[in-house]
Design a protein around this ligand. Structure first.
Ligand code: SF4
Length: 328
């Protein structure tokens, strides 16, 4: 029976890139290597990890900007893994939008804000200019670019970084999507605007019951802006659960190290022991055997480099992939 509270279901998604090496060889970069997850309608899920963890590739695969190599994507009860029908693909594109990391690079510098917001509406067949104008004005009000008339004829370079990112959000919102992937949406804007943009996401998500995938390397913000949190390491989810539970009670050594690296504003905590992880994330071309984190893990033991731990439930919704918890 189809559970209609679920909007997105990823089943054993693998996204590999086949890169040429020399004249006759190909190397395989396993950016995402067997990820399964579900997102309920109206849920926000943070995907957290270092550069090279596969989080951006996972987000782009979820909205089919990149085709998965293997696995199944079910959206709103429909298998969309291989969509050949143009109308169905267009419907999906309308329902699933992305907000990119760099608001300057993602906005065409030669188009006015009105043209930028009007483009997706024209592509999706909104033929009435008056209707398009009303939708654009409503989107600008929603993202708090007010009065909207003041922004319509401006170009991206005339706006601040925070305002440009609001335009990026408005562009994603004009088509009334059900699902939004926000890929590091505040990492390229001023610290002073970051909290405002994140609160804007939160309010839009609640107002329109959006399902929201928030991709970030910043585990601290994930606690405040997501219901659930998935920690990725080298193409796999190593810990998953309600954000507060994962952050207050992390189980995987990698999650603990990420949390430990967050600066603590409390001066009394200055001397707290910090768990530093040594070394760089290994290459996804040739990931370590067994547990992929074993080359950097201070708790590794004999089993870790020969057997891969599975993501298993340890309580309620909290899951971890680590032999410390799952091997009796
Ligand atoms: Fe560390 Fe072993 Fe757990 Fe991997 S499985 S995180 S190496 S203790």
């Amino acid at each position: 029976m189809v559970d209609d509270s679920i909007l997105l279901k990823l089943e054993n998604i693998k996204t590999y890139f086949f890169l040429p090496k020399g004249l006759f060889k190909t190397i395989v970069l396993k950016a995402v290597d067997g990820v399964s997850l579900e997102m309920r309608k109206g849920e926000s899920l943070a995907i957290v990890g270092e550069s090279g963890s596969g989080k951006t590739t996972l987000g782009r695969t979820a909205i089919k900007l990149i085709e998965p190599t293997e696995g199944k994507i079910v959206f709103d009860g429909k298998d969309i893994t291989r969509l050949n029908d143009e109308k169905e693909m267009r419907n999906f594109r309308r329902s699933a939008q992305i907000i990119f990391q760099d608001p300057f690079m993602s906005l065409n510098p030669y188009m006015t804000i009105r043209e930028i917001l009007e483009e997706p509406l024209i592509v999706h067949g909104f033929s009435d200019p008056k209707e398009r104008y009303e939708i654009i004005v409503k989107a600008l009000v929603d993202v708090k670019l007010q009065p909207p008339e003041e922004f319509l004829l401006k170009y991206p370079h005339m706006l601040s970084g925070g305002q440009r990112q609001r335009v990026g959000i408005a562009r994603a919102m004009v088509l009334e999507p059900k699902f939004i992937v926000a890929d590091e949406p505040v990492s390229m804007i001023d610290a002073s605007s970051r909290a405002e943009i994140l609160y804007l996401f939160k309010s839009l998500q609640e107002k329109y019951n959006l399902t929201f995938m928030y991709i970030t390397h910043d585990i601290a913000t994930a606690k405040y802006f997501s219901d659930n949190l998935a920690v990725m390491y080298l193409g796999k989810i190593v810990e998953y659960g309600p954000s507060r539970e994962v952050i207050m009670n992390p189980k995987h050594p990698y999650t603990s190290a990420l949390i430990s690296a967050v600066p603590d504003p409390d001066p009394n905590n200055r001397f707290i022991y910090r768990k530093v992880i040594s070394g760089e994330i290994p290459s996804a071309v040739n990931p370590p055997s067994g547990c992929r984190f074993h080359t950097r893990c201070p708790y590794r033991f004999e089993l870790c480099d020969r057997e891969e731990p599975k993501l298993e439930k340890i309580n309620f919704e909290h899951k971890v992939a680590c032999h410390l918890y799952t091997k009796k």
